[in-house]
Design a protein around this ligand. Structure first.
Ligand code: HEC
Length: 170
């Protein structure tokens, strides 16, 4: 490739990146509701009962380096005594699972949310609403897409009702 075309490609790539960033919408509707639900921490318990940040797993579709996952009281009923997702778990209506994605030890950058609410207009066929919202309130993946960007990966072998923490952090 010639120098000018390399420069032009770099320029185009930069424009594209900024374009995508600028296109991100402020959360409203379901996305805003899920963001607010995710931000509230009262009554949640942590996976394996620890709030330590974990390094992302090899199978992760989430690019942030660190993560930790918590469960509201309803979802926590599907955890076993070690605070892991029990084998036959099928999460009850109202279950809320929040994965905090941290860019580094001091920056929570995004929330990945699974909310079981079968009658919700944005629920998928299994009754889950999928949220992906940046901590600054921008939508990373709209809930209205019903997890189309998430489901295939979360349906891989050994998922439990979509959950993968149990597989990658046994
Ligand atoms: C390529 C695979 C892949 C894709 C795509 C993916 N995930 Fe995940 N997800 C994982 C893995 C693996 C974990 C376990 C923790 C880790 O290593 O990140 C996980 C964990 C989670 C958790 C914590 C609950 C649990 O035990 O699984 C939530 C919530 C979640 N993802 C939501 C989402 C959402 C929302 C999307 C789509 C916007 C999505 N994921 C797309 C692989 C994926």
């Amino acid at each position: 490739m010639k120098k000018t075309s390399i420069l032009l490609s770099a320029f185009a790539a930069t424009l594209l990146l900024f374009g995508i960033a600028a296109c991100k919408k402020e959360a409203t509707g379901t996305d805003l509701d899920l963001l607010n639900k995710a931000k509230a921490t009262a009554g949640f318990v942590w996976y394996k009962n620890t709030d330590a940040l974990l390094p992302r797993s090899s199978g992760s579709g989430h690019s942030e380096a660190l993560l930790r996952t918590r469960y509201n009281a309803t979802a926590a009923a599907s955890l076993d005594t070690a605070f892991k997702v029990s084998n036959a778990a099928s999460f009850a209506e109202g279950s809320l699972i929040v994965k905090e994605l941290h860019t580094n030890a001091s920056t929570l950058s995004r929330y990945a949310v699974l909310y079981k609410q079968s009658t919700h207009p944005d629920a998928d066929a299994n009754g889950w609403v999928w949220g992906y919202i940046d901590a600054d309130g921008k939508v990373a993946e709209p809930a209205a897409n019903k997890g189309s960007a998430c489901r295939n990966c979360h349906l891989q072998a050994d998922n439990i009702d979509y959950m993968l923490m149990n597989k990658y952090f046994p």
